[in-house]
Design a protein around this ligand. Structure first.
Ligand SMILES: NC(=O)c1ccc[n+]([C@@H]2O[C@H](COP(=O)([O-])OP(=O)(O)OC[C@H]3O[C@@H](n4cnc5c(N)ncnc54)[C@H](O)[C@@H]3O)[C@@H](O)[C@H]2O)c1
Ligand SMILES: O=C(O)C(=O)C[C@@H](O)[C@H](O)[C@H](O)COP(=O)(O)O
Ligand SMILES: [Zn+2]
Length: 371
């Protein structure tokens, strides 16, 4: 493993784009983004936590490449991914006299990326955008693949678009300022790739996961690059989730229900919900005799060892019927039946609609009781 920047391609024909990964890339933003631009103006969208750390550096780099920059700063946190903030962002974009040739730059975590990507997809019927992800979660997952959107009171990401960025720039050194809880939340999505179809990567994480969490630059770069390669491969095969892409939703049907139940608040971060959701998927798979119980235990042991939650936190009382109600609104519902991502073991995930509700309810009740 070298410290040099690495490039992973997302192969989508004329919409293909590179993901640049490595430390210090923020200072090359102008050099890397300028050749992708149709005009000379860029609008950087970021949030109130990221702006003091990185906005000036990105703007300076763009200016050095001859790009005129404007910026807008959104409030931080999941609650910004809603209609109200979408309207505010579109308003700011129009006030900035955005033209079709503008480049929108999403500088931040998955919240900024999802919201900004969606706004870019509908502004003037679609303007170019690039992703500069600044959380572990956004570097390994949300900045890649073109899913954009917002939450509504009916559920998670129910309004949005598939809209690919022109480029992703993942500067792994910006993770140094990320709070530990957020690093861990991102780690859940890293571990997800191992569980989906890469047992050797999961085994590597069992050995090296604490280095990734604790800030070892090389371990982080390797984890980010491996995750991006996995996501690029799956998205390249199925951009609009007609089939295999749904595997990237491992743990999410459960996780999104937990996020909805906690009001998309700080009480449960997306990655934390995904960690618990993956445990649910493996436990349910084991209950149904599809996976060895040892694999469910192996996943729980690893997530616990790095510091992620694996059960439903107390003192909240979790209502099983409400969780099932949220799941019924999942985007993978077809003809009224939820498609679940289950697994025959670590690295062996698959899709099924054949999950008896009684077993689902019983597993959820077990988790709700704290077991
Ligand atoms: N589009 C996709 O494919 C996809 C994939 C996974 C998750 N998501 C979405 O991503 C969102 C979660 O993203 P997230 O975990 O990045 O959360 P986030 O965007 O809320 O960022 C987490 C927190 O870290 C702060 N922050 C960001 N970068 C920082 C840095 N370098 N230093 C210090 N603070 C920093 C932010 O201000 C925020 O407070 C969820 O809405 C989830 O649904 C989307
Ligand atoms: O890119 C995908 O596809 C994913 O499912 C990645 C997930 O980690 C991510 O949270 C995504 O936003 C969930 O998608 P959704 O379609 O279930 O909202
Ligand atoms: Zn996710």
């Amino acid at each position: 493993m070298s410290a040099a920047a690495e490039e992973v391609m997302v192969e989508l024909g004329e919409r293909s784009y590179p993901i640049h990964i490595g430390p210090g890339l923020l200072d090359r933003a102008g050099e890397l983004i300028k050749p992708k631009m149709r005009g000379g103006r860029a609008l950087v969208v970021t949030d109130a936590n990221v702006a003091p750390h990185y906005l000036e550096r990105v703007q300076k780099s763009l200016a050095e490449a001859g790009v005129t920059t404007m910026h807008t700063v959104m409030p931080a946190g999941e609650q910004t991914k809603d209609f109200k903030h979408l309207e505010a962002l579109l308003d700011a974009m129009l006030e900035a006299r955005s033209e079709r040739g503008i480049m929108v730059v999403a500088l931040g975590g998955g919240v900024v990326g999802d919201l900004t990507g969606f706004a870019a997809s509908i502004l003037l019927r679609g303007v170019d955008f690039v992703q500069i992800p600044t959380t572990l979660l956004s570097q390994v997952d949300s900045s890649v693949g073109g899913k954009t959107g917002i939450n509504t009171r009916q559920g998670k990401n129910l309004i949005g678009s598939f809209y690919q960025p022109r480029l992703v720039l993942a500067d792994t050194s910006v993770l140094n300022t990320l709070p530990r809880r957020q690093v861990l939340a991102g780690y859940a999505e890293v571990a997800k790739y191992g569980v989906i179809d890469d047992e050797p990567f999961f085994a590597w994480l069992e050995e090296n996961g604490s280095k990734v969490v604790d800030g070892d630059l090389e371990a982080r770069r390797y984890a980010v690059a491996t995750s991006c390669r996995a996501k690029a491969r799956i998205v390249g095969a199925d951009e609009r989730e007609g089939g295999v892409r749904a595997l990237l939703n491992l743990g999410h049907t459960f996780g999104h229900a937990l996020e909805a139940e906690t009001g998309f608040s700080e009480e449960m971060l997306h990655g934390e919900a995904v960690a618990i959701g993956m445990v649910m998927a493996l436990r349910l798979s084991a209950r149904l005799g599809l996976a060895p119980a040892a694999d469910a235990e192996r996943l729980e042991r690893h997530l616990l060892a790095v510091g992620l939650p694996v059960t439903l936190p107390k003192p909240r009382l979790w209502a099983v019927d409400r969780l099932i109600h949220h799941m019924a609104g999942d985007k993978k519902v077809k003809d009224g039946k939820v498609t679940f991502v289950m697994a025959k073991g670590i690295g062996k995930s698959f899709l099924t609609r054949d999950v008896p509700e009684a077993e689902l309810a019983s597993m959820l009740a077990e988790m709700a009781s704290g077991y």
